[in-house]
Structure formats: C-alpha cells, structure tokens
Design a protein around this ligand. Sequence first.
Ligand code: DLL
Length: 434
Amino acid sequence: MKRDEMESLQLDRLRNTVGAVYKHVDFYREKFEELGIVPEDIRSLDDIAKLPFTNKQDFRDHYPFGLFAVPQEEIVRIHGSSGTSGKPTIVGYTSDDINVWAEVVARSIVAAGGKRSDTFHNSYGYGLFTGGIGLHYGAEALGMAVVPMSGGNTKRQITMIEDLKPRGIGGTPSYMLTIAEKMKEAGINPRQSSMEYGIFGAEPWSEELRKKIEETFNLKAVDIYGLSEIMGPGVSVECHEAQNGLHVQEDHFYVEVINPETLEQVAEGEEGELVFTSLTKRALPIIRYRTGDISSITREICKCGRTTIRMSRVKGRTDDMMIIRGVNVFPSEIERVLLKVESLVPHYQIHLVRADSLDNVELHVEIDDALYETIAGDLTDGRVIQLKKEIQSLIKSTCLVSMEVILNIPKTIPRSEGKAIRIIDFRNKNVVGV
Ligand code: DLL
C-alpha cells in the first residue's frame, strides 16, 4: 500500500478508535477531560501527540476488566501477560479481534517464508500467554497443519520434529537452544532436521544469537514481536527476504518512538521507547501504550517490497536495563559478546549481588563439554583462568563496564523453556527480566 493510502486508512481508524474509547471507557474519557480534548480534535495523524499515554500501571489500576470497551457478552477470549510480580495483565478479545489477530499472524508467517502446505511446529507456550494460541490461530488461518506442542517436554518435541517433519517452527530463541542441546544429546544432528524457517520472539535476542540458531539448525530465523496489551505476537515481523528490521502491521497498529524522559517523539532512526496505538481492536482499544521496549523506526522501503515502517530489533526493556557504575547495559549486549567466545555454551545469567554494601554484577557463563574434558574438570586450570580474563576484557571493551565473570561447569545454568530469565536480583531476591 502506498504511504498516503496507508496514512489515510490509519487516520480513519484512529478517529474511530478515539471515538470508541471516549464513549465506552471511563478511564480514557476522564483522561481526555483532564487534557481538555475531545475526539473531534484528532484531525491528522500528528494530532496523536495530543492524546494521553497508557501504561502497565493503568492496566493494574483497572484490573481485570476496567479498560474494556465492549460488554462482557461480546468477549470471546481472555489472555494475560507474564507479570514478574503480582497479578498478570488481563486483556480481552471480541471475535472480530481474534480474526484480525489471526490475520496479522498469518501475514507474519508468510513474511517468514511459510506456506499453506507446511506443517508448523508451535513451541510457544499455550495458555494465558499469547504466544502459543496466537501463533496457532494465525497458522491455521493460513491453512497450515499446526502441531500444538506448547513449551517444555523437550524430548517429546524432538520426537515430533523428527517424525512429523515440520517445515516451520515457532518458539522463543532461548528455547531453541534448549531443543538443539537435547537433540545433540540424543545423537540427532539439528542441521539435518526438516525445518527451513523459524519465527522467534517474545524476548530480546541478538543478531549473534540469530546466526547461532541459523547455523545450528540450518534454517532461516526471523524475529517476531508483539505484546498482549496491544494484541499478542504479530504486531511486527521481519521478512525472510531481508531479515533487516521488523515490518509493523501499520493498518492495525500505529507506532511511535518517544524519548522516555521528555515523552516527545524522537527523530526517525533515533532510539527510544516504542509506543503503540491499536487501530482496529474492539474489546480493548489502547491509546499510546508505553511498551518499555527500546527500538527505532525507519520509513525506508525494504527490499522485499513491503512499504510499511520497520522497527529495529528490540534491544531490551527499560526495566531490564542495568545501570552499572553509571553505564547503561542491556542483557542483549552481553549476549552479543558471549556468543563470540569459543568454549562457551550460549546460556548465561546475570546476577545482581551486594558485596561490602556495594552493588556488583556477576556474569554466570558455562564452559562446553570439550573444554571441560580437556581440563579434566579442574576449574583452576590455566586455560580456564585465561578464558575468564578474555571474557572480562571483551565485556569491558564492548559494554564499557567491568563485571565479575563466573565460569561454571557444563549443565549448571538453567535452560529456558519459554522466556529466558536473564537477570536475577539477589539484592532483594527478586527475579527480574522474565
Ligand atoms: O511475548 C507476545 C509474543 C509471543 C511475541 C510470541 C512474539 C512471539 P507478552 O508476554 O505480553 O507478549 O510480552 C511482551 O515481550 O513488551 C517485549 O518486552 C518482549 N518481546 C516480545 N517480542 C519480542 C521480540 C509476548 N521479538 C513483551 N524481541 C514485549 C524482543 C520481545 N522483545
């Protein structure tokens, strides 16, 4: 679609959405009144900047159904987001919403290289989490044969991959590493599997991890993004042709990038916090949702021919950003370093600890079986000390901070079956970054 056509469609849909929330959602009407605006003030897409933001706390304050815009009898589905503490965020869908969602996921699968005739192995968790059922409905809408595996029970997943020979797979990137490891343990070469493409997301991952997964399984890996508050998976996706930025499904979701401090929109290409407005959702229309996810956008046309805005891969969430002696670091930046180091497996965990009343960061990594055998299990071996120094200096030169690196013996870092837990805060024993 040409830009001007897309923008005129977006404006119509935005005005409808704004009218609906003003009429049906007390929370928004009160916010509009506080700001002294009425729906008729939205005359151009730029006027979106006049509208109030919505954030996670607003969902909590109106838990569970306070932000819904339709009566309960129109709701056909409830989902929730994996909260790190307390109650999950509850979201709802009408049957029209479910159809739109299936369509954006179906488009995403096609963008990833999927076809109607494929068998699709779905390792995203089924349940309140939107990943499993979201991908499922999209794959079915496309006419694929979906294998609804959900997460976990890795041995059985492998049997199904071996026997049903899917062409496509979906799951979190960290769970793919777990599947690869278990395949190798069972004497199966992941490169010989039938899978030709994978649709991975639900957590931040790096370009280096993409390469690792592509090499390990001999498939094409694309990034899919989404969040329950806005819909679920399928808000944006990479195309297999370019694998260079995620195409935002702009006819359903309006994207902005803001400076989280000033709340002003930043220039195209500049990094900031992603903000989404739903344009067609009926059960739970959302205005300017602050995602906490850090990315940037470009209007440059992609080589695949799609004309939508693309967002860069999400670097991380503002909640997961560590400020170490004044320097901002995201786990994904640490991951990029670790994946370049030989003799390490691609599993890691960051521990925030307090020693002598100072905050410290411990980076837990794990050596591979080959090195473990070479050193005969002796972690005081010179080669291990040398490896530790090498990692510490790479982290220092890349992330500009010093970290205590702790090398562990094989199979000690917990393996992911869904969203990986990258940071554990031992200072107050909270797990963050789920
Ligand atoms: O994770 C939806 C989803 C399912 C997306 C399956 C992709 C695949 P929530 O549980 O609500 O929904 O978590 C949303 O996860 O705000 C991001 O912080 C993070 N996230 C999702 N996709 C990506 C991605 C689903 N591709 C939160 N890259 C979002 C980085 C992602 N982070």
